[in-house]
Design a binder for this molecule. Structure first.
Ligand SMILES: [Zn+2]
Length: 259
């Protein structure tokens, strides 16, 4: 984690300006469009399409305990339940239907590059003092897409922890970077599917416990070897390109978190 400390500080500065810009956009009334993506119809169970897929990326962190919302473009019961949890969390009418209120909140939450308000590509991209999305087993664009989904889950985790800052100490790692930091050979970090996080306001155990509700099928924290100073979260269950089976793997023995 040492190698990323400097980068984290740099990111904090870099975030200061975009943050101010977002506040301005949010204050403007009736802004129903967005620089990243605009939904053009109300979505309910039974709908399908790219607009559903775009919604699923953004509400994947509200999957509920030990569950995931598949990014399949089909609005099924799990998508509806996740939308409902999202609505509850943000004080909207919780009906599980994605209409103007839900989309309005998502527009408020997302930046023009589609990342959620409190996380950025630069915070998640190649560690070890470098940037970019290449050098892993997937194409750079696939890796970046995975990182986007990771960030939306992190946004939900952050919200569940009282909307207090959550810091990413390691996101995507190229193979070279992963070797350098001694990461596992088929680490989810290689795929843009993982983040190591720390908090100044919540205990690591609180982070690990909450993450169980945010679509993270991989969680390692206090009590698991080399994870006493951060919590690792990932989406291994949704990764069809790695060598692991698509199952849940949780271990933070000091926190009562296990499979
Ligand atoms: Zn990790």
């Amino acid at each position: 984690m040492r190698v990323n400390t400097l980068k984290r500080v740099a990111v904090a500065f870099a975030l200061a300006l975009p943050g101010a810009a977002i506040a301005t956009v949010v204050a403007a009334p009736a802004a129903h469009a967005d620089g990243c993506y605009t939904w053009n119809r109300t979505l309910t169970q039974g709908r399908s399409g790219n607009d559903v897929r775009q919604l699923q990326i953004r509400i994947a962190g509200w999957a509920g305990y030990r569950d995931i919302v598949e990014n399949d473009g089909r609005y099924g019961p799990k998508t509806a339940a996740a939308v409902k949890r999202f609505q509850q969390a943000y004080g909207l009418r919780a009906d599980g239907i994605a209409g103007p209120q839900t989309f309005g909140k998502l527009y408020q939450l997302q930046d023009n590059d589609c990342t959620p308000a409190h996380f950025s590509y630069s915070e998640l991209d190649n560690g070890c003092g470098e940037s970019g999305w290449s050098g892993g087993p997937l194409s750079a664009s696939q890796t970046k897409q995975n990182a986007l989904r990771t960030m939306w889950k992190l946004e939900a985790l952050r919200k569940s922890l009282g909307d207090k800052p959550l810091y990413v100490s390691s996101g995507f790692r190229s193979r070279a970077c992963n070797n350098q930091v001694g990461g596992a050979s088929d680490s989810q970090h290689l795929y843009g599917n993982a983040a190591d996080v720390v908090s100044r306001t919540s205990s690591l155990c609180q982070v690990a416990r909450n993450a169980r509700n945010n679509g993270f099928s991989g969680i390692y924290g206090p009590g698991y070897p080399d994870h006493d100073d951060h919590v690792h979260v990932d989406s291994r269950r949704e990764n069809n390109n790695d060598r692991s089976s698509n199952t849940t793997s949780w271990s933070a023995p000091d926190c009562g978190v296990g499979n």
